[in-house]
Ligand binder design. Structure first.
Ligand SMILES: C[S@@+](CC[C@H](N)C(=O)[O-])C[C@H]1O[C@@H](n2cnc3c(N)ncnc32)[C@H](O)[C@@H]1O
Length: 373
């Protein structure tokens, strides 16, 4: 299958959404570690492209440089050193045009922002990802790392990369995959040799869920007691469903990513389209009454779990919230309603089911059930 050349025309809307999710996550990731005064931080963009598209819209490496620039003062003050590893390689061409364009774009940016040289070092590579990944893996493992894997298609969606990333303990990654290829070609050897997906299982759900379903099968390939959490963000363009897989082990990272994803889509937090048909749920179903939207359905589950004693405190509630791919604002809303209705009580103005109160400065808050009606 011929790889699409993303840089021969302006980025489409779906690509821009993907890049905004990358950069918005970088914007959250950078200050977290900079303010902790971690001496070395690393960012890897293994499929970096040319820096800009044909219309001059920045691609991932330039977006990353902008985000680093925004943090320049803090980086300097906290004496943090950032290494940006940028790789671009055109497998089927003898030229290095795209790689040279990448280097030129970043050099111009660095020259125009001379102070950045004191806080960020760029390492350039013009190598096939397959060979470069194992070479850079020890670097990924050494320091807190953010890894972008913005491949074309699915060629590098191999189990072996997930298993290697799973072994790192301070790495967050955003992995782009063209999930609809699995729907069309998932049983072919060229695909199964990279990643075996049970397509009969995946096809039990409608096509629009393919990205979610590919991820749930990748989850099953991780070691049983893994701490690595994977989250989807599906990206629809015409008939194709692509998507980002976010992966991280630390709840703070998951919290930040889910914040970015829900800011992108406040209805489902999981896609650039109405994946769960939530818009239709505004209309009353004649037979079923009001059908709950994704957030309302989640809040119903939270309410039931608290009333039946499965969730009894803020720590359990917060872990459950992240596990379900939701954010604290969704739980605060329902807990406050339950308190007002005198279904529960808790000794605080807020239910404290957030990162700061559960992990950063733990403060346990019990939820007391008053009435189960
Ligand atoms: C989806 S694009 C990345 C776009 C980039 N993130 C941006 O914002 O412009 C994928 C890039 O990977 C490059 N590429 C293709 N095969 C590769 C390989 N085997 N190793 C490394 N890079 C590769 C392509 O030339 C292309 O520029």
């Amino acid at each position: 299958m011929a790889a699409k050349n993303l840089h021969s025309k302006p980025f489409d809307e779906e690509t821009i959404t993907k890049l905004e999710i990358f950069e918005n996550y970088a914007q959250e990731w950078l200050p977290t570690f900079i303010m902790q005064g971690k001496p070395n931080l690393c960012i890897f963009d293994f499929f970096a492209g040319t820096g800009y598209d044909m219309a001059g819209v920045p691609g991932s490496p330039i977006r990353l440089l902008h985000k680093i620039k925004e943090q320049q003062g803090n980086i300097f003050q906290k004496k943090v050193h950032i290494t940006l590893f940028l790789n671009e390689f055109e497998p089927n061409k003898k030229t290095q045009d795209k790689f040279e364009a990448l280097r030129t774009a970043c050099d111009i940016f660095m020259t125009a922002n001379a102070n950045l040289k004191h806080v960020v070092e760029i390492k350039y590579y013009n190598e096939d990802f397959e060979g470069l990944f194992p070479v850079l893996l020890p670097e990924i493992k050494k320091f807190p790392s953010l890894v972008f894997l913005d491949q074309n298609g699915i060629k590098f969606t191999s189990e072996k990369y997930f298993l290697e990333l799973e072994k790192t303990y301070q790495t967050d990654f955003l992995y782009f995959i063209s999930s609809s290829y699995f729907w069309r070609f998932g049983k072919k050897r060229e695909f199964t040799m990279h990643l075996e997906i049970d397509m009969d299982e995946a096809k039990k759900d409608p096509y629009k869920f393919i990205h979610r379903n590919v991820i749930s099968q990748i989850r099953n390939k991780l070691p049983p007691r893994t701490k690595l959490k994977l989250y989807p963000f599906s990206l629809k363009r015409d008939q194709n469903i692509h998507g980002i897989i976010f992966g991280a082990s630390h709840p703070r990272a998951v919290d930040k990513f889910l914040g970015v994803a829900w800011a992108k889509n406040t209805v489902n937090g999981q896609a650039n389209f109405d994946i769960d048909d939530d818009a239709l749920k505004d209309q009353l179903d004649l037979f079923k009454g009001k059908i709950k939207k994704r957030v309302e359905a989640f809040q119903d589950i939270v309410r039931t779990k608290i009333l039946n004693g499965e969730i009894t405190n803020n720590a359990q509630l917060y872990d459950f919230t992240l596990g379900e791919g939701h954010i604290s604002t969704h739980t605060v809303e329902i807990l406050k309603q339950m308190k007002t209705r005198k279904e529960i009580s808790y000794d605080c103005t807020s239910p404290l089911a957030n990162y700061d109160n559960v992990y950063k400065k733990p403060r346990l808050l019990e939820y007391i059930v008053l009435s189960k009606k």
